[in-house]
Design a protein around this ligand. Sequence first.
Ligand SMILES: C[S@@+](CC[C@H](N)C(=O)[O-])C[C@H]1O[C@@H](n2cnc3c(N)ncnc32)[C@H](O)[C@@H]1O
Length: 266
Amino acid sequence: MSAELAVPRASRRTARGFDRLSGVYDALARACFGPLIPRSQELFLDDMATRGNALIVGGGTGGFLVSLVAAGFRGRIVNLDASASMLRRTRERLRGSGLAAACAIDHVQGGVEALSDGARFDLVCTNYFLDLFENDDLVAVMRKLDGMLAGDGLWLCTDFSPPRGPALRRIPTALLVSTLYAAFALTCGVRTRRLPPIESGFAGLGYVPRRRETVGRGLLWSALYRRGAGAAAIGPNEGPAANPVACGGGMFHHGGRVTEAGNHGR
Ligand SMILES: C[S@@+](CC[C@H](N)C(=O)[O-])C[C@H]1O[C@@H](n2cnc3c(N)ncnc32)[C@H](O)[C@@H]1O
């Protein structure tokens, strides 16, 4: 099934940019990162495959969606993307995989901003999506998705690691991230210029990583979050960022509620 939601004006240019990029998106990602992007998204498929229903936000060309269904997920999926072309490619990919009838999937063209808070999901997936938002917007998007996750729900998030460590180790990652943002600014009008404090955002909303791993020598991180202190031990190759990006300005109140918008990462 297909549906449409509003795309706010600020995101329309971004959506048009991703429409144009959709045909080359996977090839570009493969050329820059080899198999790392899909690998980062597929680390915890076993934990996710048994969930009842899922919301995939900014799913792009649908590689992750197909992997989730191929891993045995049989609940309802809402696949939201602002780009009509990305959704079209997802449908084509699903048909090509032979899994289109394996579960009920609603492909919704629209902005995350327009999602209604009423729905509840057992699984929310934001792969390389939250990094598109500057901090006030990031807070709003994370709060909205938090409100849509069931009490015992899981939230998969994958993204680029902020440059850390000694200067010589930080430079290549910093260069790569700036180049990516410059490319997305040019092609999609993305205004964000550096990685926002996503992991601090999760901590501020009261989430803990039930599993967390990095791939590509720490370039990319993937975490399966759940609320509260009861989450089990984390993954084999790295714990949560020992020193997550500072979250000053009172953007997140540790204790689970967002109290005030900050002004980071601009
Ligand atoms: C960087 S791509 C990530 C695609 C995919 N998740 C992946 O990991 O390859 C971001 C995706 O988010 C979509 N997008 C951008 N802004 C959005 C918004 N405000 N609401 C919903 N989707 C949006 C784009 O169309 C694009 O498909």
